[in-house]
Design a protein around this ligand. Structure first.
Ligand code: FE2
Ligand code: FE2
Length: 139
């Protein structure tokens, strides 16, 4: 594993974050009525976290000498709230795994700030997943 592997991994993370900003913004627009109100509020708030993650990854990829992607990862578009939340939960859990793996890579490459920030982002995504699980219990 070398710096190029790390840049490639971080670009996959960036594509996922860009896709999540779009997915949450799109889904918030599709949350209707009282049942959708809490989901809509959560998605709007989490989209801001994901935009922050995307901005951080963009800066880091450039600092490492890479070219940040501008292509978002694609996603499924279920029409119902439960389907949307299930897609989101699965993707948040994937994000946790990827950030933990890339944090380990950053540690191996002796990049302590990046290791810690990636772990913090894994923790953010784990928190998003917990909120999604709570909302899913009510549906
Ligand atoms: Fe994120
Ligand atoms: Fe997230």
């Amino acid at each position: 594993m070398n710096k190029d592997d790390l840049i490639k991994g971080l670009n996959e993370d960036l594509a996922a974050e860009l896709g999540t900003v779009i997915r949450y913004t799109y889904q918030a627009g599709k949350c209707y009525g009282p049942q959708g109100a809490e989901v809509r509020e959560l998605l709007r708030k989490d989209a801001e976290d994901e935009l922050g993650h995307a901005a951080f990854l963009t800066d880091v990829i450039l600092d490492l000498g890479g070219e940040p992607t501008t292509t978002p990862k694609s996603f499924d578009k279920p029409g119902d709230l439960k389907g949307m939340l299930s897609v989101n939960l699965a993707m948040e859990q994937q994000d946790v795994e990827h950030y933990m793996a890339h944090a380990a890579l950053a540690e191996a490459l002796k990049l302590p700030e990046l290791k810690i920030k990636l772990e913090e982002m894994a923790a953010d995504e784990a928190g998003h997943a917990r909120e999604l699980r709570r909302l899913l219990k009510g549906l």
